[in-house]
Design a protein around this ligand. Structure first.
Ligand code: MN
Length: 202
């Protein structure tokens, strides 16, 4: 069994004018495809690992044979992180979360504005390639953090809720080196009902 590139859940231009169609197309069709291909290449000849979900592999990297562990961490992480990234954006995005997630954000960060500021700061200051996250533990305690490269919060025992890709390939065509502008635009396409759903399923 091999993993397939998850189809983009909307058209390339669905996130315009905030995120441009060209970036979405290349990011999904080229970058995400490459992570998917290399993830499959790493698992080739390991049918027992091919049977496992990417989530299961990333939660238990120590159980992956050492000679392919780095490749699974990088490309399995790239496969899954991008899947979450596409899922948590949409043309109906922006605004603020509601319900249980809103309560949890208020509890952990005082209010949405303060949460947004802290997350933005983490994403803007992460050095080099990586991701910013809102993640949760199984008890619903929220955490803003970053990971390097394509490392997954699952490998730290956390469930990822809201990812932001801060690799340059995520924004360079439209924003060049202006990562803070990219982050401001991204908030306008965050699909909070998807994030609420992931929080409920934790
Ligand atoms: Mn990316």
């Amino acid at each position: 069994m091999t993993h397939e590139l998850p189809p983009l859940p909307y058209e390339y231009d669905a996130l315009e004018p905030h995120l441009d169609a060209k970036t979405v197309e290349i990011h999904h069709d080229k970058h995400h495809q490459t992570y998917t291909d290399k993830f499959n290449a790493a698992l080739k000849g390991h049918p027992e690992l091919q049977e496992k979900s990417p989530e299961e592999l990333l939660k238990n990297l120590d159980q992956v044979p050492e000679n392919i562990r780095g490749a699974v961490q990088n490309h399995g992480g790239g496969y899954l992180n991008h899947k979450l990234f596409w899922e948590t954006m949409g043309s109906d995005g922006g605004g603020e979360p509601e319900g249980e997630l809103k309560s949890a954000i208020d509890k952990s960060f005082e209010n949405f504005a303060s949460f947004k500021e802290k997350y933005t700061q983490a994403a803007a200051t992460h050095f080099a390639s990586g991701w910013a996250w809102l993640s949760t533990d199984s008890e619903g305690n929220l955490k803003i953090h970053t990971t390097k490269n394509q490392d997954s919060p699952l490998s730290e025992g956390l469930t990822p809720l809201l990812p932001l890709d801060v690799w340059e390939h995520a924004y360079y065509i439209k924003f060049q080196n202006r990562r803070p502008e990219f982050i401001e635009s991204w908030w306008k396409v965050v699909s909070w009902h998807e994030v609420e759903k992931k929080f409920a399923e934790r």
